[in-house]
Design a protein around this ligand. Sequence first.
Ligand SMILES: Cc1ncc(COP(=O)(O)O)c(C=O)c1O
Length: 395
Amino acid sequence: MSTVTSKLRLAERMSRLGTESAFEVLVRARELEARGKEIIHLEIGEPDFPTAPHIVEAAARALRDGWTHYGPPAGLPQLRQAIAEDAGARRGIHIDPAEIVVTPGGKPIMFFTILALVDRGDEVLYPNPGFPIYESMIRFVNGRPVPYALPEERDFDVNVDELLGKLTDRTRLIILNSPQNPTGGVMSREQIAALARGLADREVFVLSDEIYNRLIFEGEHTSITQFAGMKERTIILDGFSKTFAMTGWRLGYGIMRPDLARQVALLMTNSNSCTASFAQIAAVEALHGDQSGVDCMREEFRRRRGVIVEGLNKIPGFRCHTPHGAFYVFPNITGTGKSSKALADGLLNEAGVACLSGTAFGDWGEGYLRFSYANSVENIQKALERIGAWVRKNS
Ligand SMILES: Cc1ncc(COP(=O)(O)O)c(C=O)c1O
């Protein structure tokens, strides 16, 4: 092991960078496993299914065919074309390939959009509880994070009147995420329409994180880009991680006006150069090939949702809404009398169930836990028994 003797002096901006504690909980869970404890993983947000064989085969073929070199920073033309067609058809809007930037995962689109649009002191509205990287990136660029709530009593849908009331002359960007992580909430078409109306004469951009758009259990996905005047002020974040169980491939994209796309491509040139070429060839196959795997996965998630919601509602002090999308549940645990963090720690260390404290998604997540149900029904049932037993013993 190397030893360092001098003090590490970091750039000031590093002190403003947050993290995603799902990865930290995973590390702690792995340490417990290394010491012989059996852990059921309900913390990490990735489908537990393998990537479909026809996509894997397309990547292997692409490697053999020599797709092993750099490509254009904004993505291979054939993939940008395929994304434009697929994403446009799914939302009923026209999308041009010049509006697409392919990135290693969907996450860089958050980073790049915020870097490209938010100046010091600019206000950014973001969901709280919400994906922790939003707030981290806003702070990193010296923007001002302005949280908006996702009330449980509204099934975690946004209260658009309240959101609009937070707009000021300094508001630069609004971040939407539907279906939502961590609550599984889905914004209703009415609320999105009301938001589009409210933004009609405002010079505000929207970052619409639609990474879970094909994991909806009731109704259809609505994108704010479907409403008059909104497409040119919206950056859609989407990708292959969740829809096609391809988290480790690192494949995502942004859809935005072409002049902004050129700037985001410049950020790609300055950071990653390009997304892996062979993976992009496989991504074309993911979009053009057999889609039955996506539907099967959604139906399996629906089955598990039923099991986990019913089970959690039987645990004393827990109250769990049925989420309408993604693969997370966000039960209210205030009835246990414990803080979210204390409960999550107790469940991991003593009951062997890894989950996340609601506060991993912002201060307003206090009183909740997040469980990912990307695990087998058998393991979910076992976890429910352990949680129930632990809560009964410790209350
Ligand atoms: C809301 C949300 N947006 C974006 C991402 C990032 O996805 P990717 O793995 O494609 O970078 C995640 C991943 O957990 C997410 O939950």
